[in-house]
Design a protein around this ligand. Structure first.
Ligand code: PGA
Length: 272
């Protein structure tokens, strides 16, 4: 089973910084045994083609865009389309991040149209879902994210659904103002997602304050197929350390998971 470990740089990095990061990453990967771990990086649109130049021939790291419009072209000032990001080298497209929903008025409907556009052009959608703090406090997390996912994926055929990656990112856990989630807080959401979408999609990822000290434990949550990382992977060496942790966790099935013959908790096992 593929373990997806990727990062979005959000609105960060000049072209020079993007190239530097990419060459450090590729150099670092020469020293890593990735096993089943699939890395992906999602630069800002301005850096896509510069990063693609280095990544495409190499082939080890997938490239993504942070957003794309649902129309292929037209009078949509300031937007970029799926064919445009594909032309710049993107293989996957992040859709519906909570920052886009909050600041750019993305709705379940626009998210659904974008996911469909990404699939129509043969790229991989990385659909982001997650509940705000007040929904969590009221005990409605699972219903909320299942609803978001169902509305975003409505009408897709089984083969289309099988190409979708879902990143569950609780809004309250994202960014510098976020509170890192304890693995126990995430189990029921992943169980719910797995029950409804798990085996039908390409994978379920976790995102929100992923860091070196919690990555193994997060990967140990049942049904978590990968990590989607912000700040902790904005320097290539930080990302490489997280890839290394993921490769070690993926290579040892008991690591990060409750071991049937010991009393160790997932966290204890995962940090060894
Ligand atoms: P963070 O960002 O890791 O910096 O919390 C995660 C995200 O927004 O996907």
């Amino acid at each position: 089973m593929t373990v997806w470990v990727g990062t979005s740089w959000k609105m960060n990095k000049t072209l020079a910084e993007a190239r530097q990061y990419t060459s450090e990453l590729l150099e670092g990967l020469d020293r890593l045994e990735l096993g089943t771990v699939q890395p992906f990086i999602i630069p800002p649109a301005t850096a896509l083609s510069a990063v693609a130049g280095a990544l495409v021939d190499d082939g080890r790291v997938l490239l993504g865009a942070q957003n794309a419009h649902w129309e292929d072209n037209g009078a949509w000032t300031g937007e970029v389309s799926v064919p445009q990001v594909a032309d710049a080298g993107a293989q996957l497209v992040e859709i519906g991040h909570s920052e886009r929903r909050e600041h750019f008025r993305e709705t379940d409907q626009t998210v659904r149209r974008k996911v469909a556009a990404v699939l129509r052009h043969g790229l991989t959608p990385l659909l982001c879902i997650g509940e705000p703090a007040e929904v969590r406090e009221a005990g409605g997390s699972s219903d909320f994210i299942l609803g978001q996912a169902a509305r975003a994926l409505e009408g897709l055929s089984a083969p289309e659904l099988s190409r979708v990656l879902i990143a569950y990112e609780p809004v309250w856990a994202i960014g510098a103002a976020g509170r890192p989630a304890a693995p126990e807080e995430l189990r029921s959401s992943f169980a719910a997602l797995a029950g409804s979408f798990g085996q039908h999609t390409a994978g379920l990822l976790y995102g929100g304050s992923v860091a070196e000290d919690n990555a193994a434990a997060l990967l140990g949550i049942p049904h978590v197929d990968g990590l989607f990382i912000g700040r902790a992977a904005w320097e290539a060496d930080g990302y490489l350390r997280l890839l290394e942790t993921a490769a070690a966790t993926a290579g040892t099935p008991a690591a990060g998971r409750l071991s049937p013959d010991t009393n160790e908790s997932a966290e204890e096992v995962g940090t060894k």
